[in-house]
Design a binder for this molecule. Structure first.
Ligand SMILES: [Zn+2]
Ligand SMILES: [Zn+2]
Length: 341
């Protein structure tokens, strides 16, 4: 099968790899149609991701078609269009038994050393990690379900609701997915920040009310002005820069909530005094559960969210060496790049 192989840091090859095989009766084999490049795969490319370590076939944001089923599979047949929830948990620990299997300490994530990913033309997954993709949702939009599910989960466990003011730090795929889900949840004014004009334009197209250029404008001052001096009721951190946390504390209204969705490479400093004086709440959000994918599928199928502005480029998997370098160097503008098989 065709595969994007990260052989060692900064060295990617297009290869012909052996196909993964079904080993358990509840597993399905999926022919991948589209797979997105996530920030975590750029970390894999650099060799700095803890579980996506080269040599590896990574990849976890994907859509495809069932090509084979195990003997005990109930809900799928060959030819079904599907998306993949890229995690499989142990099912036995207290977190799993409570239903919070996204925080299971034993779980495997697709595209890591534990589970070969969708940068290969075929993957094998247990049917509990697979969802039907309705015919009305194009395959390429199906590949965006994963970042959208990250956002659905974060918004669902946040206090965002009708008319609430929101600040989203970062207009990357997660920031923009958060925008879509906050809108769907009835948020009021949505303010977003970034330094890339291209990403800010995509956020504007997707319905952001106010865009702040963090390179040219004073983010805290602008957010306070836009919220009548109070600050935003809910702030989502969707970019892992060290200065973001203190900026979030300054931009959140008294008794407001900070949602931590970003991946920080190092520990960010922040002013704990201000955090206390404002009586803020902070909530982490990690990946998703099946329910979040169901929310995303329903939103896409009903046309309530339009994710087309997020898809910047669809490129052939054969060009993976140049594409991964471009994604790392950011030599071209993009929100989301998809590989096509
Ligand atoms: Zn991802
Ligand atoms: Zn578990």
């Amino acid at each position: 099968m065709k595969a994007v192989f990260i052989e060692q840091p900064y060295k990617v090859k297009f290869i012909n790899a052996p196909e993964p095989v079904i080993k358990n009766p509840d597993e399905v084999k999926i022919h991948i149609a589209f797979t997105g490049i996530c920030g975590s795969e750029v970390h894999a490319y650099k060799g700095t991701h803890p579980t996506r370590l080269p040599p590896i076939i990574s990849g976890h944001e994907s859509s495809g078609v069932i090509s084979e089923i195990g003997c005990a599979v109930k809900d799928f047949k060959v030819g079904d269009r599907v998306i993949i929830e890229p995690q499989k948990a142990c099912g036995k620990c207290p977190d799993c038994l409570r239903g919070d299997y996204n925080v299971c300490p034993e779980k495997a994530v697709l595209g890591t050393i534990k589970w070969q990913g969708s940068f290969g033309e075929y993957i094998v997954a247990p049917e509990r990690s697979v969802l039907h993709l309705p015919d009305c949702i194009p395959m390429e939009e199906g590949a965006l379900a994963e970042p959208l599910a990250v956002a659905a989960h974060a918004v669902r466990i946040s206090s965002v609701g009708l008319g609430r003011s929101v600040l989203i730090q970062g207009c990357g795929p997660i920031g923009i997915s958060l925008l879509a889900m906050c809108r769907r949840a009835g948020a009021g004014k949505i303010i977003m920040t970034d330094v890339s004009l291209y990403n800010m334009d995509a956020a504007k197209l997707m319905g952001a009310d106010v865009l702040i250029n963090a390179q040219k404008q004073d983010v805290v001052k602008e957010v306070l002005t836009e919220t009548g001096g109070a600050g935003a009721e809910v702030v989502f951190m969707a970019i892992g820069n060290a200065e973001i946390l203190d900026q979030a504390v300054q931009c959140t209204r008294r008794y407001g909530q900070i949602m931590e969705v970003a991946h920080f490479g190092s520990e960010p400093p922040f002013d704990a005094r201000n955090y206390r004086w404002k009586e803020l709440a902070m909530q982490g959000s990690y990946m998703f559960v099946r329910k979040d994918f169901e929310i995303v599928i329903a939103a896409l199928a009903s046309g309530q969210i339009n994710v087309k502005p997020m898809i910047s480029k669809i490129l052939p998997v054969e060009d993976c060496a140049a594409v991964m370098k471009m994604a790392h160097d950011r030599s071209e503008d993009f929100v989301k790049i998809l590989f096509q098989f």
